[in-house]
Design a protein around this ligand. Structure first.
Ligand code: SF4
Length: 86
């Protein structure tokens, strides 16, 4: 299920992707530690203690290795990344 942050501008979402990449943030597990935002601020932002995926991302030029690193670095396993290398 896609959840949208109603008041943030530009729109933020729990699901994002393109170019065969899919990223999901599970807000039931996210504790807002900001590891994802520190690792990859072009894609992740923490708002109201939850991580969100920014809009307007150029997924074709996203760093898949870094995304997988972010997935591994989340202490609550709240990030899921699907990418062609899987
Ligand atoms: S690293 Fe994980 S727990 Fe921390 S803000 Fe990001 S998604 Fe949430």
């Amino acid at each position: 299920m896609v959840t949208s942050e109603p008041t943030a501008t530009p729109p933020l979402a729990t699901d994002g992707g393109g170019n065969e990449i899919a990223v999901h943030v599970d807000h039931g597990m996210c504790s807002g530690t900001r590891n994802c935002e520190r690792y990859y601020p072009d894609i992740f932002v923490v708002n109201r203690d939850k991580a969100w995926i920014k809009s307007g991302i150029e997924w074709a030029s996203a760093d898949v290795a870094l995304l997988k690193e972010v997935e591994s670095a989340c202490p609550w396993a709240a990030i899921e990344v699907e990418a062609p290398a899987d």
